[in-house]
Design a binder for this molecule. Structure first.
Ligand code: SF4
Ligand code: SF4
Length: 198
């Protein structure tokens, strides 16, 4: 009898806690429909910016790649054609790739860039099931021509940007084959450099 009373008491105690929290404000948020604000200087997914005239800011100098402590960036520069300039400088990035799985989001690439081309945005939704999908090539990093010039590093929005959609949309076009092979840097670089020289 005493044991049964104890069990009933325990059940009532449990229900009491349940009822108590029914009227308390919930600390959880309904992600992804509601997103929490994060720190203003939060470092998330990279973005390659443009100038106002649409030209790419990146001049293929590879300084970001040299500064990266995680060896996550691979840049292959090429000469600009005088009649079809990609960037205002002599050179542009023929290929630009960041392996976001290697990246530690330190922001040194952003600091090293002489043209403010590469910036870290507050975007953080990068989850995927394939390793290859984390190797972001230029087509996914570069701001589309119809989406402005990109966010300057010193004017990052304080939290989730309203334009989150642009990079996320292009993301699904990633080729897994290219992503995987790009992680074997030596071989890919040799092949691509040969291709460019030819
Ligand atoms: S944020 Fe740091 S680790 Fe990531 S690519 Fe830039 S320099 Fe490399
Ligand atoms: S992003 Fe900046 S540092 Fe990196 S190659 Fe382009 S211009 Fe140079």
């Amino acid at each position: 009898m005493r044991k049964q009373l104890f069990n009933v008491g325990a059940i009532l105690q449990g229900l009491g806690i349940t009822f108590k929290y029914m009227f308390v404000k919930r600390p959880t948020i309904e992600y992804p429909s509601i997103k929490k604000q994060h720190a203003p200087r939060f470092h998330g997914l990279h973005e390659l910016r443009r100038y106002a005239d649409g030209k790419e800011r990146c001049i293929g100098c590879e300084l970001c790649s040299s500064a990266c402590p995680a060896n996550a960036i691979t840049v292959i520069g090429a000469e600009n054609a005088p009649d079809a300039r990609v960037s205002p400088g002599e050179r542009h990035a023929a290929s630009y790739e960041i392996d976001e799985l290697r990246c530690i989001f330190c922001g040194l690439c952003e600091e090293a860039c002489p043209t403010d081309a590469i910036v870290l945005t507050p975007r953080f939704e990068m989850a995927d099931y394939r390793r290859g999908a984390f190797v972001y090539s230029k087509d996914r990093l570069l701001v589309p021509t119809d989406a402005g010039v990109g966010t300057p590093p010193d004017e990052r929005p304080n939290g989730i940007p309203a334009d989150l959609g642009r990079v996320a949309e292009v993301k699904s076009t990633m080729s897994v084959d290219r992503g995987y092979s790009a992680t074997h840097r030596g071989e890919v670089l040799k092949t691509e450099r040969k291709g460019l020289a030819g």
